[in-house]
Design a binder for this molecule. Structure first.
Ligand code: SAM
Length: 213
């Protein structure tokens, strides 16, 4: 995500009611943060937040947590919320490689991975968000019937991810190699990257991977 460092971004985040400043303190008690028992869906690498903001408005019966590595990117996503408290949405600045510090075992119902960085070089494969080390941590924090929904424009990352899901014994369904021409297009919520890539005519790949063996 090409955003220049915004001076004071970390301090500015705390001005927003949907930003969670001390996320580790909620491990195991995110439901209390939201004040209800609704299922929790997490987007990892939310970017500027269009996807999760839209879903949170459409689905008040679900709690959403946006996890994003970079402070300046979280700030851009929060600016979209215009300081309004959104009861079923929380933003966290956090590195997903430490996800098991943020969530207790089986605390969440679904993970979204949208247009994750492909890290094409083999020596960087461990940074891919569908590397086995990430998939193992996802399985730990997901409910027993939890799911990962992934979409990408990157064919090689998609192929790599399908292989890793299979190797880690996730059950895959609703696989499409051209989301926007598929029956899933109608209910699809576009991300910023998706809009950019699809407007250039690039195909979008998508898969759902379930923890159920
Ligand atoms: N999902 C958005 C979209 O589709 O428009 C943004 C896609 S952008 C290519 C990938 C995002 O993932 C970046 O904002 C990046 O900072 C974030 N990211 C990369 N690695 C991450 C990690 N380990 N933990 C949390 N966020 C991460």
């Amino acid at each position: 995500m090409r955003l220049r460092n915004i001076p004071g971004a970390e301090a500015a985040l705390r001005e927003y009611p949907t930003f969670v400043d001390n996320p580790l303190s909620y491990k195991g008690s995110w439901k209390e943060r939201f004040g209800n028992d609704n299922p929790i869906h997490v987007e990892i690498g939310c970017g500027k937040g269009r996807f999760i903001n839209t879903l949170a408005q459409r689905h008040p019966e679900i709690n959403f947590i946006a996890v994003e590595l970079k402070a300046e990117v979280v700030l851009r996503a929060l600016q979209r919320t215009e300081y309004k408290p959104i009861p079923n949405l929380a933003f966290v600045q956090f590195d997903a490689s430490k996800l098991t510090e943020l969530f207790a075992d089986h605390e969440i119902a679904r993970i979204y991975l949208n247009f994750s960085d492909p890290w094409p070089k083999t020596r960087h494969a461990k940074r891919r968000l569908t590397h086995p080390s990430f998939l193992k941590s996802y399985r730990q924090v997901l409910a027993e019937d939890g799911e990962i929904h992934m979409k990408t424009d990157n064919e090689k990352l998609f192929e790599f991810s399908l292989n890793q899901f299979a190797a880690e014994r996730f059950q895959m369904r609703n696989i499409t190699f051209d989301l926007h021409q598929s029956k899933l297009a109608e209910e699809n919520v576009m991300t910023e990257y998706e809009e950019r890539f699809s407007s250039r005519g690039q195909r979008i790949y998508r898969v759902e991977a379930s923890c159920i063996i």
